[in-house]
Design a protein around this ligand. Structure first.
Ligand SMILES: NC(=O)c1ccc[n+]([C@@H]2O[C@H](COP(=O)([O-])OP(=O)(O)OC[C@H]3O[C@@H](n4cnc5c(N)ncnc54)[C@H](O)[C@@H]3O)[C@@H](O)[C@H]2O)c1
Ligand SMILES: [Zn+2]
Length: 412
């Protein structure tokens, strides 16, 4: 019996103004292992990021020019239309692989991804499979990518109508988080990533959950200090699980960071990706928190408390896809449990809650109780909508939840 042990060094750094000439973080990251030579960089960038900041490409080129002793762009940064469409498009993966091939990107070159979770997942896959693995630097630009997806070890794209069907576990060479990117996000995308913070707080850190509750109104108005604390604490909790949880490549049956995700992944597909990942996760958290209460695992009332926090942050906790049916009249969402089990293999393992800050693994979910939980969410949504209609006729402003709900519905 032989044993292979591989250890990875993966810095996750926080900075502001990453491409300012005197910010040495990117340069020092690249030369971490070989300080004397000039390194080749191929950059793929989210078109949404380029659109939001028309000086970015110039600043990035000027940065590499200034540090030309160590950094060389092999071609101008390549902008790709991003969002979930990119993850649904195998041809874009082929395109990126072709670029790597044609520009002779080798295993000591760097493939840099700048963008949201979808772009990073796609570029990460390319970097992991070209030459069986090229050094990869992630520069996450959304809340969700900075506090969750970008700081992990997974990549992947959607195939056969299934989320993340094709992908690998491949720790990046480094992750560089620059809060400035978050400032140019739409309100919707600023909100999206906050559900992952609620998720990780609920399963790992009660104090962080209380902090989120106390700071909900600062987060609701995107106060920079509160947002930065939320992103950093969430990233720390994710990293801690990956580095110290004992199973970074998820070889067992448990997916401890995926609370609320069995339904979220299915909802993304069922809504034809009109629901963003973070929005679907918020609904998934609400569903599984109520399910935890219904099945006696969690104290009554805590479900409402979790929902109130998510709503204060700006999430809608209802979407018609929750009630979608298959051709044979079954509740389509329930297939999410099979997909979830099959994705990992082994025994179905779902994380539920036994307290705020404390997850519990179960190996079975009761379909009837799931249906009741969906009804509970629907009733909650209907009564909130009625209340907000009443308050708006009395001249009191409707809250952001209702605006977000109509956003999501408009975007379907
Ligand atoms: N690999 C993992 O472990 C992991 C974990 C969680 C989520 N994910 C994946 O992450 C994806 C969701 O990522 P996301 O929430 O970042 O959304 P996203 O990548 O779809 O980006 C949302 C939108 O924001 C735009 N954008 C990105 N950065 C911007 C900026 N700074 N300014 C203006 N616009 C900008 C993008 O162009 C896009 O239109 C999903 O595909 C999900 O499955 C992966
Ligand atoms: Zn997630």
């Amino acid at each position: 019996m032989q044993e292979v042990r591989v250890s990875w060094e993966m810095p996750v750094a926080f900075t502001t103004d990453l491409f300012a000439i005197d910010n040495l973080l990117l340069r020092d990251t690249v030369i971490r292992q070989e300080q004397t030579r000039c390194h080749r960089l191929l950059v793929f960038i989210d078109a949404g990021v380029v659109e939001a900041d028309n000086t970015l490409l110039t600043r990035l080129s000027a940065y590499c020019e200034h540090h030309s002793k160590h950094l060389k762009l092999v071609c101008p940064p390549i902008s790709l239309p991003a969002g979930e469409e990119l993850k649904n498009n195998w041809q874009q993966i082929e395109f990126m692989l072709t670029v790597c091939h044609d520009l002779h990107i080798d295993r000591h070159s760097y493939v840099v991804g700048i963008g949201g979770g979808a772009l990073l997942d796609s570029v990460g896959l390319v970097a992991a499979i070209a030459h069986r693995g090229i050094r990869h630097i992630r520069i996450p630009t959304t809340v969700l990518a900075q506090n969750d997806s970008g700081v992990g070890v997974k990549n992947g794209i959607n195939l056969f109508g299934q989320k993340n069907y094709l992908g690998t576990f491949a720790p990046p060479f480094a992750v560089l988080n620059d809060y400035k990117f978050v400032e140019s996000l739409t309100e919707r995308d600023k909100i999206c990533g906050m559900s992952e913070a609620v998720k990780v707080a609920l399963i790992r850190d009660r104090i962080f959950f209380s902090w989120l509750e106390k700071n909900a109104s600062r987060l609701q108005s995107f106060d920079a200090n509160a947002m930065q604390h939320m992103i950093k604490r969430c990233a720390e909790l994710h990293m801690h699980q990956i580095c110290h949880g004992g199973d970074p490549f998820e070889t067992g049956s448990a997916r401890p960071l995926d609370f609320g995700h069995w339904s979220a992944h299915k909802l993304e597909t069922l809504s034809d990706h009109s629901l963003r990942h973070g929005e679907a996760v918020a609904i998934g958290i609400a569903l599984d928190t109520h399910y935890s209460v219904r099945t006696g695992l969690l104290e009554d009332g805590l479900d409402d408390r979790v929902c109130v926090l998510l709503e204060q942050l700006g999430f809608s906790l209802w979407h018609p896809a929750l009630e979608a049916e298959t051709n044979d009249g079954k509740l389509a969402l329930l297939n999410g449990l099979d997909d979830f089990r099959e994705h990992l293999g082994g025994k179905l393992t779902i994380t539920l809650l036994r307290n705020l800050g404390e997850g519990i693994e179960v190996h079975n979910m009761d379909n009837a109780q799931i249906v009741h939980s969906i009804k509970w969410l629907h009733n909650r949504f209907l009564s909130k909508t009625r209340t907000s209609r009443n308050t708006s006729t009395t001249g009191i402003a409707t809250d952001r939840v209702v605006r977000t709900q109509s956003n999501q519905i408009d975007n379907r």
